[in-house]
Design a protein around this ligand. Structure first.
Ligand code: B4P
Length: 327
């Protein structure tokens, strides 16, 4: 599906594209924080120049993946119907996209074939000897933080020595599939709902069927929220984030793309709030902001991120019994 040297192919293509100005690496300063309340690690990127990117791309409603530039194309043909492209506006070098050749909707579920491709790509990109780990993610639906409607999965390198909370949650746990007695893992310390399953240690034990069963069982829990909140939020449109590494898979149901202070009733509250949007990466603790003000709020009190993630998701449901899921 992917050549053995896919990491090298991405690296070479990326270097050329940056030198020729075809990829624009967005400059960012980054800092790690730890939330003392939840134990969650955050890696925050402050990228003030993102504001300019947003202004320059706002007018263009064209599908950027319909006719991708040769300069950004790493593999023009993956499993017949997909292509591997460089992200034109990365914050993390070599950030790449797995895109359908023909237009498909970003609100559509991942297929078993796509899950297998995604997993294979992560396995080929990771390198234990070099401590190189990747996060593959899919922003699905209008509130998931996606900006492009053409179906695309994204992969980027995790910061060195950065441990997403899902990794800790799965540490020492064997792979299992949820059933009527066993729920997916959910960290009770964070405020937002999320569903995680550890994957088998050996890639040889991972196949399309296993990934599809993991995905469906997690998605079932995520979609329950949309049914339960129908009365309170009739405007809700099904949206969720999928996060995948070599060792775990996670789904996060989403209620809002971002948090807008102007829309809130509780403006009287003195608690600082973050006025920004998040995509799947946020739910691994990777936060991207273009505003110094937001960065300072986080530095002052990292727990504001947990509050943001709750406002863009749903309340943690780890206390709920399995039978209460009825989707
Ligand atoms: P989407 O799923 O639609 O949206 P997104 O990742 O949230 O990126 P967005 O475009 O909204 O960018 P943002 O300002 O939030 O993904 C679309 C992808 O296609 C993006 O990666 C986009 O850059 C890329 N793209 C757009 N036009 C393209 C073209 N013509 N050719 C090739 N690729 C194209 O964030 C800016 C960047 O930072 C994005 O790359 C984003 O993915 C990345 N990012 C977001 N959160 C991050 C984090 N926490 N850490 C590091 N990087 C992060």
């Amino acid at each position: 599906m992917f050549p053995e040297n896919v990491r090298e192919l991405i690296s070479d293509k990326y270097e050329k594209a940056v030198n020729n100005g075809d990829v624009k690496l967005i400059e960012a300063t980054s800092k790690k924080f730890k939330d003392s309340k939840t134990g969650m690690q955050y890696f925050v990127n402050l990228a003030p120049s993102l504001g300019e990117k947003i202004k320059s791309t706002e007018e263009s409603k064209e599908d950027p993946f319909a006719r991708p530039a040769e300069e950004l194309t790493v593999l023009a043909d993956v499993a017949e119907n997909y292509q591997l492209l460089l992200n034109k506006f990365p914050v993390v070098p070599e950030h790449s996209l797995l895109v359908t050749k023909e237009f498909q909707d970003q609100s559509s579920a991942l297929t078993p074939k796509e899950l297998m491709m995604a997993y294979n790509l992560v396995v080929k990109m990771d390198d234990e000897d070099e401590n190189l780990k990747h996060l593959l993610f899919y922003n699905c639906g209008p509130s998931s933080g996606s900006s492009q409607d053409h179906k695309h999965l994204q992969i980027m390198k995790l910061p060195n020595n950065f441990i997403p909370f899902q990794e800790k949650l799965c540490s020492g746990k064997e792979h299992f599939l949820p059933d009527f007695k066993t729920e997916p893992l959910q960290d009770a310390k964070v405020s937002f709902a999320h569903f995680v399953l550890p994957l088998p240690e050996s890639p040889e034990d991972v196949n399309e069927d296993l990934l599809a069963m993991c995905y469906i069982s997690l998605l079932q829990r995520a979609l329950t929220f949309f049914q339960d909140w129908l009365n309170e939020r009739p405007d809700l449109v099904k949206s969720y984030n999928v996060l995948l590494t070599k060792s775990w898979i996670c789904i996060v149901p989403r209620s809002n793309e971002g948090f807008n202070l102007d829309d809130q009733d509780d403006q009287k509250s003195n608690d600082p709030k973050l006025d920004m949007s998040v995509n799947a990466t946020g739910y691994a603790g990777l936060i991207l902001t273009k505003s110094q003000e937001a960065f300072d709020k986080i530095a002052d009190s990292p727990n504001v991120i947990d509050d943001l993630l709750l406002n863009c998701g749903f309340p943690n449901s780890s206390e709920q019994k399995p039978s209460e899921y009825n989707y």
